[in-house]
Design a protein around this ligand. Sequence first.
Ligand SMILES: [Zn+2]
Length: 248
Amino acid sequence: MPLHESESIVLKTYNLAEADRIALFLTRETGIVRGVAKGSRRLHSKFGSALEPFSIVNLEYFQKDERELVSIQKAELVVSSFEAASEPPFLRVFARFADLITVFAQPNLPAPLLYRMLRALIIIAAEKDADLTAIELYFEVWLLRIEGFLPDWSVCARCGREFDPVEAAELDADDRLQCTRCSVKGRRPIAPGVRNTLLRILRLSPAEFLTDVESHREILRELSAIVFKMLSQAAGPNQAKATARPNI
Ligand SMILES: [Zn+2]
């Protein structure tokens, strides 16, 4: 039985029997991994507070085969989110991210981009007065992109022409954009600022994006509504609970 090592993010834990817990991780090397942490509910457990949700840990586990729970040997704290996760708004937002990741990502499939994004967002959201609404939008756009559900908003979906940065566009029924030359009456117009904001999210790190959100509130709200619809459609009606945005 090989020993695996990977930096990982704790997504959720469930109590199992008297002394054990099941923990769900997003690992840097192999995506989602579920495992049993034996004795982790005991008072002086070797895991300490490392299995608190959204902790970033160095994880060691044995894995027999991919269908079974792994056996967690060690979880060493790299970044504690204990303080941030005691704030209800942080907890609600990140618990939803954990739900969305389990809806979209396949277990045991490497997801390095998803890992890097979530890691960066946890660290930035733990800062004082972090903008959780903008963080949600950033996460949702990237989740759609990583899982292949985000339409390419840099070009017209009909004629393939690249949009000019100041050009208005129109939203079609599949949430793709078409240029005004390909226009069909009755479509919803999309201002260049809304399109450019989505493209900026794809280009910028979370920290870069968050430095300049205050002056774009209205645009963020409009983009956020469209992205939420994309996400709900991609997840399907059975996942309405996971996609619903919390009140923060
Ligand atoms: Zn066109």
